[in-house]
Design a protein around this ligand. Structure first.
Ligand SMILES: [Zn+2]
Length: 479
């Protein structure tokens, strides 16, 4: 509904976000605290994200599977870091069919343990490797402070799980999936991300190394938008996932896991959105173009609607996701605002004068007002719209990248560091010590985001303690 104005982003970014999610009908609060209902428009966006990722997973040899929602409680206890990390967040079922269960069941927070259990049955020989699986599902983590899409008790995601014969192969897989997430974020979501390695305190419970992609939101805060974990032999040892190598020796497998969730929708909203509402990247938008017919009299209506239907047919045939807004009783201006709020990349305005000239007015969402409007001939309209969508996709990425660059500061002193994290990312040398990391967090509310894969040449000294540091890390306040 476009009747009321949203709070502006500069006034109250958090409230702007909350109201936008509700008004654009992406999601709503469920009757259970901390749970969300994803509405059709939000789910359509998620489906496009799913397809873009699933295509990439399959192209690299992964197959989809479905593991159960319930995991025996004892499984979680088998890997010591895993149980430490997840115990406080577990939802546990103790009664089924009216009777107390012999063993409590955990509602899956993630599936490494049950996957490990099954692999110990399925994997016997080096010929069974690698195993490359992925599943699309939802998981439950009992979070205390929640926010729609960003942090909810139940959320939707994909979790990839792979097993390999060698450390090298598993490391290559971990990095490959990080690259796939990066490619998806940059090319489909128009979100520039920093791929990098997590600190020990921020890594996944049970992983040897966690990699993530970090994105900067419109308020300068960071959001971890996807993770890929090298699990070493930790889960293989806990669940006895072993294979006979070519020499007849029994070896533990090397495993990985990687995930991207509905949290990513939060990133799309906060990276691209403006005071009018959502701005969706054309490659993922549920509707890429919306046709709004403009008429006053019945005669005009007949002419305009006939032309509008033609436009819809032509665009759909060209593979454009197009919507014709035929709603009665709402003015064209109201419809403009409504679709603007919902972030549709291109609006096609069609009135009697346009039809007479055999043309339409194209308005791009990423450039509001007159600046973003251009007339286009109905003849060849599909090509014009396709070209415009490509331009919008590129321009949204470039704008987000320019914003991130303008809000990332190379910080060589602690004072510079403190100023940098007020408005964005600090790129700083850090000794790698947990104490410095904890003190930085306490004093500045900024957390270690990642050690970027791309590093400038040269070494430096820790921004806090002055000890030598081989690499720069990104620190920021984060969601
Ligand atoms: Zn230090």
């Amino acid at each position: 509904m476009a009747d009321e104005k949203l709070p502006s982003r500069s006034e109250d970014f958090s409230e702007w976000y909350n109201q936008l999610v509700l008004r654009a009908e992406l999601a709503d609060y469920a009757p259970v605290r901390g749970c969300m209902v994803v509405r059709p428009y939000g789910w359509a966006l998620w489906e496009n994200i799913q397809q873009a990722l699933d295509r990439r997973f399959k192209a690299t040899g992964h197959q989809n599977v479905a593991f159960p929602l319930f995991i025996p409680r004892s499984f979680i206890d088998k890997e010591k870091h895993h149980v430490e990390g997840f115990s406080p967040e577990l939802a546990v079922v103790t009664i089924g069919g009216g009777e107390e269960l012999a063993e409590p069941l955990v509602v899956r927070p993630t599936s490494e343990t049950i996957v490990g259990h099954m692999w110990s049955k399925w994997i016997k020989s080096y010929r069974d490797l690698p195993v490359l699986m992925n599943q699309w599902n939802s998981v439950v983590r009992w979070e205390m402070r929640t926010k729609l899409f960003l942090r909810t008790l139940e959320f939707f995601w994909q979790e990839g799980h792979t097993a390999h014969a060698t450390r090298e192969e598993a490391e290559v897989e971990t990095r490959q999936m990080l690259d796939i997430y990066t490619d998806f974020a940059v090319n489909d979501a128009a979100i520039p991300v920093v791929p990098g390695r997590k600190s020990d305190s921020e890594k996944f419970a049970g992983a040897d190394i966690t990699y993530s992609i970090e994105a900067m939101m419109g308020d300068g805060k960071a959001l971890q938008a996807g993770t890929s974990h090298f699990l070493g032999q930790n889960f293989a040892e806990a669940f006895e996932v072993r294979y006979l190598d070519q020499g007849g020796q029994l070896q533990h497998c090397w495993t990985t896991s990687w995930g991207l969730s509905t949290r990513f929708i939060g990133a799309i909203i906060m990276v691209h959105g403006d005071d009018q509402g959502l701005v969706l990247p054309p490659k993922l938008a549920p509707y890429q173009a919306v046709v709004v017919p403009i008429y006053k009299t019945d005669e005009e209506k007949a002419t305009v609607l006939a032309a509008a239907k033609n436009v819809r047919t032509t665009l759909a045939a060209a593979g454009i996701r197009v919507k014709l807004d035929e709603r009665e009783g709402m003015s064209p201006g109201w419809k403009f605002n409504d679709w603007e709020m919902r972030g549709v990349p291109v609006r096609i305005e069609l009135g009697p004068k346009d039809v007479a000239k055999q043309s339409a007015m194209l308005a791009r969402r990423d450039k509001p007002g007159k600046e973003g409007k251009t007339p286009a001939a109905l003849e060849g309209l599909a090509q014009s719209v396709t070209a415009l969508l490509g331009e919008i996709q590129k321009s949204m990425h470039d704008r987000a990248l320019a914003f991130r660059e303008a809000h990332t500061r190379v910080s060589n002193t602690y004072d510079e560091f403190k100023t940098a994290v007020e408005t964005g990312f600090a790129s700083a040398h850090w000794c790698g010590g947990g104490e410095c990391e904890a003190r930085i967090k306490e004093e500045t509310r900024a957390t270690h985001r990642c050690i970027p894969m791309e590093q400038p040449a040269g070494t430096g000294t820790c921004v806090l303690c002055g000890k030598p540091s081989p690499e720069r890390a990104i620190f920021a306040r984060a969601y």
